[in-house]
Design a protein around this ligand. Structure first.
Ligand SMILES: Nc1nc2c(ncn2[C@@H]2O[C@H](COP(=O)(O)OP(=O)(O)OP(=O)(O)O)[C@@H](O)[C@H]2O)c(=O)[nH]1
Ligand SMILES: [K+]
Ligand SMILES: [Mg+2]
Length: 367
């Protein structure tokens, strides 16, 4: 039996099993098996290529990467062409875009890479069409923009979410608060701060046995974690927690009431590429979701140039500031002077581990 058949068999068994207290344990085990099979499915075949396809993977560029995911003809290429200088072909037939097309959005001094992708269809994560490459590219992003057609029904979003879920992408979710470490002896040690509502030692031990793990420390720090959360933690290196913004395009083609209803959904923006509506709001929302910081660098004896910020990720240290100037820069580092909200006094003399805040002024003194 092939992996896909095995997956289907387990999914069938799960759908036939009633959900209740008595079947919780059995379902938990099935979920663990399912996750393991899906992981095998996505792992590149031994000796083969990664399935990347020629010219599909694009080099990362700029301060962050945003990918456009959606069904065919929802307006992904229209959006890319609107917000970047890159022109990606737009047409009224499905699968106009056949490969990834990168563009650069310049905003607030940042360069944000926007990657236009082919439309995906149901079954993408099972390797249908280019779907698997598309979802694999999504996994490399800092933010997924799920482009949806405001004139189409509700389930487009659920289908896409499922496809992303299948390749190990968790949208708008934090990594579950479980400490997990495989050991070489000592059995499975299960501990917790408060008794977990959905996990116990027996289930955890049985799931781990399926992964041939017989010795491990499991510390559950959040009583609300689920079986799925625990399975994700076992498969941690295959799971990515990525923010997602839902963007409904073509609002010119639906009623005002409908636009109003959609716009109230969480993590959602609305726009019309054709009528040039809402585009700026979407860009602002991208910036907000990426959570980038602006810093101003100051050289000794020179005024700070506030019109030329440097952009870094949230929670960056002086070390990563050095790295984004030049990869060898930190080897010449002596200390940094920092003015702004991260500084205890202005300026504060700091080392490489100091965490900067938005709008800080940084002066790096070298050896
Ligand atoms: N009514 C309306 N049509 C739009 C809007 N934006 C794009 N379109 C049209 O939708 C069609 C598809 O646009 P594309 O940008 O090619 O869509 P895509 O998502 O890149 O499509 P694929 O590459 O085939 O997956 C084109 O005919 C566009 O002119 C919009 O805001 N309103
Ligand atoms: K199209
Ligand atoms: Mg396109």
């Amino acid at each position: 039996m092939g992996i896909i058949e095995k997956i289907q068999q387990i999914e069938l068994e799960m759908s036939r099993t009633q959900k209740n207290k008595a079947t919780e344990y059995h379902l938990g085990l099935l979920k663990g098996k399912l996750a393991k099979l899906k992981r095998e499915l996505l792992e590149p075949a031994a000796g083969g290529s990664s399935g990347g396809g020629q010219g599909f993977e694009v080099q990362k560029y700029g301060n962050a990467r945003v990918v456009l995911i959606g069904f065919p003809s929802v307006g992904k290429s229209s959006f890319l062409s609107k917000i970047t200088k890159t022109k990606s072909e737009v047409a009224n037939y499905a699968f106009t875009t056949l490969t990834s097309v990168p563009g650069v959005l310049e905003y607030q001094g940042a360069e944000i890479q926007i990657v236009d992708l082919p439309g995906i269809i149901y079954g993408a994560s099972d390797g249908k069409g280019r779907g698997r490459q598309v979802v694999a590219t999504a996994k490399t992003s800092d933010l997924i923009l799920m482009i949806l057609d405001a004139t189409k029904g509700k389930n487009q979003r659920a289908i896409l979410e499922k496809e992303l879920e299948n390749v190990g992408i968790r949208l708008n979710k934090e990594r579950p608060n479980i400490y997990f470490k495989v050991k070489s002896s000592g059995g499975v040690k299960f501990s917790f701060a408060n008794p977990p509502k959905h996990l116990d030692e027996k289930l955890v031990t049985a799931i781990l046995r399926d992964y041939r793990i017989h010795n491990a420390d499991v510390l559950v720090r959040d009583e609300n974690v689920t079986v799925d959360d625990f399975i994700d933690i076992i498969n941690d290196s295959h799971i990515s927690y990525i923010k997602c913004l839902y963007v409904y395009n073509k609002i010119d083609a639906v009623s005002l009431e409908e636009v109003d209803r959609i716009a109230r959904e969480p993590q959602t923006s609305v726009m019309s590429c054709e009528q040039d509506l809402g585009i700026q709001d979407v860009i602002e929302e991208i910036w907000y979701q990426l959570d980038l910081l602006k810093l101003y660098t100051k050289r000794r004896g020179v005024q700070v140039n506030f019109s030329d910020p440097m952009v870094v990720r949230n929670n960056s240290s002086i070390e990563s500031v050095c790295d984004s100037i030049h990869k060898d820069f930190k080897h010449h580092f002596k200390y940094a002077l920092v003015w702004g909200s991260s500084a205890k006094h202005n300026p504060q003399k700091c080392g490489l581990s100091h965490i900067v805040h938005d709008e800080d002024v940084v002066s790096i003194v070298t050896k």
